[in-house]
Design a protein around this ligand. Structure first.
Ligand code: PEP
Ligand code: MN
Length: 367
């Protein structure tokens, strides 16, 4: 058992020192994670009776797992929202990130991005660096792909999500992306996670192909421990004995994650589905199960896609996806986030800054 001690944000150094001393006297090995969350080994009741009435202590609870900052207890049950430029991923509203598996060309990306915006989705995805099983497969356009994503953002005003593969690319990816995706194959790349923990930029952490929920939360802990709390988790299907589809979408994990962590949880129905026909049903299942959003692959011409064309939702079906998500989110007691477009219009009308691309956003306001 790990004991989590949550402190008040008005605690002073003398009070903190006293708590640390008392915990040591109670025989527990105390760790300071950030200013306001401590963890300790040992018995919760013993630690609680030593500390509970101390000024500055808000809560002492125990969890059966070794992660601390990712636990619901660390935030006393309140849920986190991560702002990705204008897109707010969290419990208040359901978010949809859509776009191609890979950035293939300017024409392809801009065509898909326009459709993603027009369908009312909230953010654009697109891989510039692709983790491919075969070294002979298309590996992504790299830096050129990042530049195209910046262009697509300028055109649509949509925030951009893209994957990082290599810790050496952290600066260039962070410059171009509003949210940095850690793919399933890198979930336990601890060096990369630690480096992302040093940023203050949103990170999307996908569950590994064979990672348990606890391992996923411990991977999240690496990012949080560095001080970056702008973190969203993603269930994208796991390897099981079932071979009828690409991966088994673990909807149960969404429910369990929502119990155990304050972090937003989204679902990638595309990589689990493996085939276009299954994408919308799995997206609906995710919404009904209480996910905070989805990240979905879409293409204007799936037959010619350089990567994951079989599972790409044609852009012509994005509106259907959005329409059908409404009742599914309602079933979970949620609403859809207003479209990226209407949020930007509102900001323009209010005369507020519209982000890095005022010209594009202002043009969009005229649509
Ligand atoms: C992707 O999002 O295109 C991707 C490679 O996902 P995953 O890491 O979940 O396989
Ligand atoms: Mn893909």
């Amino acid at each position: 058992m790990t004991v989590v001690i949550v402190l008040s944000d008005t605690i002073d150094q003398t009070q903190l020192d006293r708590i640390i001393d008392l915990a040591a006297t109670a025989g527990s090995d105390l760790r300071v994670h950030n200013g306001l969350v401590l963890s300790a080994s040992g018995n919760r009741d013993t630690i609680a009776s030593a500390l509970a009435s101390e000024p500055g202590v808000l809560d002492v609870s125990s969890i059966p797992a070794p992660y601390v900052l990712a636990s619901s207890q660390a935030k006393l049950g309140s849920l986190s929202t991560v702002a990705v430029d204008g897109c707010h991923i969290g419990p208040d509203a359901f978010s949809v990130i859509a776009g191609p598996c890979s950035v293939e060309s300017g024409e392809q990306l801009l065509e898909v991005a326009a459709a993603v915006r027009d369908a009312g989705c909230h953010a654009l995805r697109g891989g510039a660096y692709k983790p491919r099983s075969s070294p002979y497969a298309f590996q992504g356009l790299g830096r050129e792909g990042l530049e195209l994503l910046v262009e697509a953002k300028a055109m649509t005003g949509l925030p951009v999500v893209t994957e990082i593969l290599d810790v050496r690319d952290i600066e260039v990816v962070a410059e171009s992306a509003d949210m940095i995706q850690v793919g399933a194959r890198n979930m336990q790349n601890f060096t990369l996670l630690r480096e992302l923990g040093r940023l203050r930029q949103p990170v999307l952490l996908k569950r590994g192909l064979s990672a348990t929920v606890e391992e996923t939360l411990l991977a999240a802990e690496y990012v949080l421990e560095g001080g970056n709390d702008q973190l969203v988790l993603c269930e994208r299907g796991i390897r099981t004995f079932e071979s009828s589809y690409r991966f088994t979408l673990d909807v149960g994990a969404v429910v369990v994650l929502k119990e155990r962590t304050h972090l937003p949880v989204i679902v990638d129905p595309s990589h689990a589905a493996g085939e276009t026909s299954r994408v919308i049903p799995l997206a609906l299942a995710a919404a009904a199960a209480g996910a905070d959003g989805i990240i979905v692959e879409s293409h204007h011409d799936p037959a010619t896609a350089l990567c994951d064309g079989k599972q790409a939702l044609p852009v012509t079906r994005l509106t259907e996806l959005m329409t059908r998500l409404h009742p599914a989110t309602a079933a979970a007691g949620r609403t859809m986030q207003p479209s990226g477009a209407s949020q930007r219009r509102l900001r323009v009308l209010k005369g507020a800054p519209v982000g890095a691309f005022p010209v594009a956003a202002a043009q969009f306001a005229d649509n």
